[in-house]
Write a protein that binds this ligand. Structure first.
Ligand SMILES: Cc1ncc(COP(=O)(O)O)c(C=O)c1O
Ligand SMILES: Nc1c(O)cccc1C(=O)C[C@H](N)C(=O)O
Length: 398
């Protein structure tokens, strides 16, 4: 087992160590929630200021043309594409992941009109499943089948996450994609918990969706992305047929006519100020070797698991290759345990009913941070520091 000095030595030789300076984090905080809301990149404030003051302030409405706002859903999509194994002209940015799920699943259903089964995963982040329930209710006549039933037979579409938000378990994307296709289904991957944490490749999938505010560090409310495989560009329909997906939005025609390519999946006015923060984050990602991110992420996770030992039940897979970039542990009083930990500067989060989540974002988390986090957790448990009434009250957002 490594001691703290050995962890500091690993930090000193870490090939990603310089990236820590790209982020602003409060002193005394070990931030292990980058799997929910990534940390603030150091250059984001200046980038957002530029968009507000120089673009909006000076160019006013001209910003749509001259500052590139109108094209941003596609130009930013091209910057995200390499992070998910996609090519140029295959990713559109905007809206939220929930909305992108709606668009992708609805488009897939229209591409498989003869089929009436939607396979989803009840363990998936609930919004994905809620969206499918709403869509199936609207359309009528669809069977929702849970992944646990183990069958893709007759499925029109399969909607899954690459990394499970609660346990961090990682799906075998190539194998599951091939199985869905062998059954004649289309597949939509949600890569919210894998993009920016590892090399992602959705190029064999039909659609993929993801958010940019977790490992990609684009900030609260940052726009989501939607990948559409080029083999579907001509036939796939965007049921949210807003004007920005129209072939000629500024012709102001009476009827909807879809644009060519992935642009047809744009919906409406892009959130320009949020795009500015996303662009600043992508400026960092363009310099990041993702293989090193994955290697460090697995090493950090392993270190944490070793340090915590068998003190708590591991909810994540034991094999580091079968996990994303988080470690989940179970404790029946997980909520007050996490509150006590946060009070001591170690920020993780809690997922009902009993899961403590710790996300390891390798660009700004080091080995000594992991050592300190695990040591603090053991102290909170050993001294039962969580048994304090002030940790019992539930906050609105856990
Ligand atoms: C796997 C997954 N999908 C979807 C979402 C929801 O995204 P949004 O609220 O941005 O639509 C989240 C997180 O909030 C998530 O973890
Ligand atoms: N999107 C969030 C939000 O709007 C509020 C609070 C948390 C979030 C999150 O992203 C949580 C995250 N998807 C999770 O895995 O739990």
């Amino acid at each position: 087992m490594l001691d703290r000095d050995q962890c500091l030595a690993l930090d000193a030789e870490d090939p990603l160590r310089e990236f820590r300076h790209e982020f602003v984090l409060p002193d005394g905080v070990i931030y292990l929630v980058g799997n929910s809301l990534g940390a603030l990149p150091r250059r984001t404030a200046e980038r957002v200021r530029r968009t507000v003051e120089d673009e909006w302030g000076r160019q006013l409405v001209g910003g749509w043309n001259h500052a590139g706002w109108y094209e941003q859903p596609l130009t930013t999509g091209d910057r995200i594409a390499p992070l998910i194994g996609a090519g140029p002209g295959q990713v559109v940015v905007g809206n939220t992941t929930s909305i992108a799920v709606y668009q992708a699943v609805a488009a897939a259903l229209r591409l498989r009109p003869e089929r009436r089964v939607i396979v989803s995963d009840l363990r998936n982040f609930p919004t994905d499943h809620y969206i499918v329930q709403g869509l199936a209710g609207l359309l009528g006549g669809y069977e929702l089948r849970d992944l646990s039933e183990g069958s893709f037979e007759d499925a029109a579409v399969v909607l899954l996450s690459e990394v499970d938000y609660r346990t961090g378990a990682r799906a075998d994307v190539p194998a599951v994609t091939a199985a869905a296709h062998a059954a004649g289904a289309l597949i939509v991957w949600d890569v919210c918990h894998s993009v920016g944490a590892m090399e992602v490749d959705v190029s064999a999938a039909d659609f993929a969706v993801g958010c940019t505010y977790k490992y990609l560090n684009a900030g609260p409310g940052a726009p989501a992305f939607l990948y559409v495989n080029p083999r579907h560009h001509a036939a796939a329909e965007n049921v949210l047929s807003g004007w920005h997906g129209h072939a000629e939005p500024f012709a102001f025609e009476a009827d909807y006519r879809p644009a060519e390519g992935v642009r047809r999946f744009a919906v409406s006015t892009p959130h320009v100020l949020s795009f500015a923060a996303l662009e600043a984050a992508l400026d960092v990602w363009e310099r990041v070797p993702m293989a090193q991110v994955r290697a460090k992420s697995m090493a950090l996770g392993e270190l944490f698991v070793e340090l915590v030992g068998d003190r708590l039940e591991l909810a994540s897979p034991a094999d580091p290759a079968a996990r994303g970039s988080q470690i989940s542990l179970r404790h029946p009083d997980g909520y007050p345990v996490m509150r006590a930990l946060i009070d001591r500067g170690v920020h993780g989060d809690f997922r009902a009913p009993d899961v403590l989540r710790f996300g390891f974002a390798p660009l700004y988390i080091g080995y000594a941070d992991v050592y300190d986090a695990a040591t603090t957790l053991l102290e909170v448990l050993d001294k039962e520091l969580w048994r304090d009434d002030k940790y019992a009250t539930r906050l609105a957002v856990t």
